[in-house]
Design a protein around this ligand. Structure first.
Ligand code: SF4
Length: 600
């Protein structure tokens, strides 16, 4: 397989156990089959990782991966991913950042960085125009991610340097630990920050001034410009620029699917205190990932501080699910999570569970280090987030997430559990959007709203939300499409179609690309993730919703008394497996593996 355009063509490999660094050629055969990002990251991990390995074992790998569009002028292509085995779920994990790290990595001469081993003492990796150095980070250990990033940027001596860092949570291997990127962006879900901490790796800094080849520069410029005007800056996507995800707060509340009072209701009386109008009233400035015309990241003024605005998922989990109708408190929560390095969704849902247990009298103040944890208490929200992020006091239990709290306290899991494969449920109440119910249960990394944002077509779209009719095909279609988008890598906020993806990739690669070919590649990537999880022991038994969603109805609003039918859910899962070419137990069949050009 020959060289393709769009890649630097090199992978930086760092073994922290012995401090060895090396530059190796990108595997061109895999690049052609798996593109980049999610697909190529999955392929490297699948081939290189020993099955059943403890994710915090030094042999686990952290694969920071770009795609062929990263660092180019193509719109909405600024994201990049970290792929690893998740300590949270034991599944494969791909978690995405925004910002400039991906572009800088390509300019520095690498498509990916693969980190393995464990350093004896805290270190950070510095990559500067092709040179890889492992540097001491004792002086950064214990610091928040924001401080560490600012210090490293100063020490590296170039404002263009992009830095990924963990906070104290990652250092303590808290399993909901995130990785922060340049203060504004986070790879939140699945605990990649804990894997970084297990390697004694505080941060990675990268900067580059080089170029990488695009096969047909003129055609690529033309098509990028055309798509920016005709497909990106259009009514379908422009909401990301004008409002961003906070616009979803009111949409969810109207549809009765806004997480409220620890999954007790789908409507929140104070939704208008955390919605897009409130964000706009606090707006200070906007930021963009590398070269992105949508510039969807909002910074807001809170008191005398300029902070990153919470996204919808944080507003729905730390806001309505904890009944905290206070935008400034949720913004402060968001700041704490980013700095200490914890996932906002898992953290907030765990605190909401504690609030539920506190109000039920199961958890008392003396069990919470003296914190009164009623629903609506912003003090409890912020103090408990600090404790989780620092892994201190009661935070040591809470940092294991909702499942750990339920097990530790021995409370009724049927009544309280809200996770899939150990990962807490994001901001769309599945009882009011059965598309999301199926999407959460089949997501490769545990409950995830992004693998298949089916709510856009049921509760927010034209399909009936509380039926599984048409949902298996919808979820499969979205999962496959996103698999290819996240391999190129194109941002979620651009609703790009296969024809447009093919038109963008062809001049970059320098060979014709057919839309059907990309469709098949997306399906191949999704199945590769499934094969990884099957190898780890995951089957149908894990593609489940928590019993709460089958047994306990919601209260109030348009979804009053609504729950998911378990019988219909099981039928939908059967239909989904059939469409996927998997057996009744959720294992890809031999003919599916062959059709997709996969091996087991
Ligand atoms: S839409 Fe937002 S998240 Fe996506 S690439 Fe652009 S700035 Fe980044």
């Amino acid at each position: 397989m020959g060289r393709l355009g769009g890649y630097s063509g090199k992978v930086a490999r760092v073994d922290l156990t012995n401090g060895h660094t090396k530059t190796e050629n990108l595997n061109w055969e895999w690049a052609a089959q798996y593109i980049g990002g999610k697909g190529l990251g999955f392929k490297y991990l699948y081939e290189e990782l020993k099955p059943k390995l403890d994710p915090l074992n030094p042999q686990n790998k952290l694969i920071f991966m770009t795609g062929p569009l990263s660092g180019t002028i193509a719109p909405a292509t600024g994201k990049y991913t970290v792929v690893t085995k998740s300590p949270r779920t034991n599944t494969i994990l791909d978690s995405y950042f925004g910002g400039t790290f991906g572009a800088q990595l390509k300019f520095s001469g690498f498509d990916a960085v693969i980190v393995e081993g464990r350093a004896k003492k805290p270190v950070y990796i510095s990559i500067n125009n092709g040179k890889i150095n492992v540097k001491p980070a004792d002086h950064l250990w214990g610091k928040g991610a924001y401080d560490a990033i600012s210090t490293i940027k100063k020490d590296e001596g170039d404002a263009k340097t992009s830095v990924l860092a963990i906070g104290p949570a990652g250092e303590n291997m808290v399993k909901m630990a995130s990785i922060n990127a340049d203060i504004i962006w986070n790879a939140g879900r699945g605990g990649a920050g804990a894997v970084m901490g297990s390697k004694n790796l505080k941060a990675i800094a990268v900067k580059g001034d080089g170029k990488f080849p695009i096969a047909d520069e003129e055609e690529f410029k033309r098509i990028s410009k055309e798509l920016t005007e005709k497909s990106v800056l259009t009514e379908t996507n422009i909401w990301a620029k004008t409002d961003g995800t906070p616009i979803i707060v009111d949409m969810s509340n109207t549809a009765g699917i806004l997480l409220t009072r620890y999954f007790g209701s789908g409507v929140f009386e104070d939704h208008d205190k955390i919605n897009t109008d409130v964000v706009k009233a606090h707006l200070a400035e906007v930021r963009a990932c590398y070269g992105c015309p949508l510039a969807c990241k909002r910074l807001v003024k809170v008191g005398d501080k300029i902070l990153k605005s919470p996204e919808y998922e944080t507003l729905a989990t730390a806001g309505s699910n904890c009944c905290v109708g206070d935008f400034e408190a949720v913004t402060e929560f968001n700041r704490i999570c980013g700095d200490l390095g914890i996932d906002t969704i898992s953290t907030a849902n765990t605190i909401a569970l504690i609030m539920e247990l506190y109000e039920s009298g199961i958890v008392k103040k003396n069990m919470l280090d003296g914190i009164e944890a009623n629903f609506g208490s912003k003090e409890a929200l912020l103090k408990l987030a600090e404790k989780i992020g620092r892994n201190e006091g009661v935070g040591k239990i809470l940092s294991g997430g909702t499942r750990a709290v339920i097990q530790k306290l021995g409370v009724d899991a049927e009544k309280y559990a809200v996770d899939v494969k150990g990962l807490e449920i994001p901001g769309y109440e599945p009882r009011g959007t059965w598309g999301m119910a199926l999407s959460y249960s089949t997501a490769d990394r545990g409950a995830c709203h992004l693998r298949a944002w089916a709510v856009s077509e049921d509760a927010f779209g034209k399909l009936e939300p509380r039926t599984f009719k048409e949902k298996p095909a919808l979820v499969k279609r979205l999962e496959d499409t996103n698999s290819i988008k996240w391999s190129l890598i194109v941002c979620d906020f651009w609703l790009i179609n296969y024809e447009e993806m093919a038109a963008l990739l062809a001049p970059v690669w320098g060979k014709p690309v057919k839309p059907e070919e990309l469709k098949l590649t997306g399906e191949r990537i999704w199945n590769l993730g499934r094969l990884f999880n099957v190898r780890e022991g995951f089957t149908r038994k894990d593609d489940k919703l928590p019993p709460k969603f089958f047994k306990q109805p919601l209260k109030g609003g348009p979804t009053d008394r609504v729950k998911v039918s378990e019988e219909e859910f099981e039928k939908a899962l059967d239909e989904y497996y059939e469409l996927r070419g998997w057996d009744k137990n959720g294992i890809p069949k031999k003919e599916t593996i062959q059709r997709l050009g996969l091996t087991r």
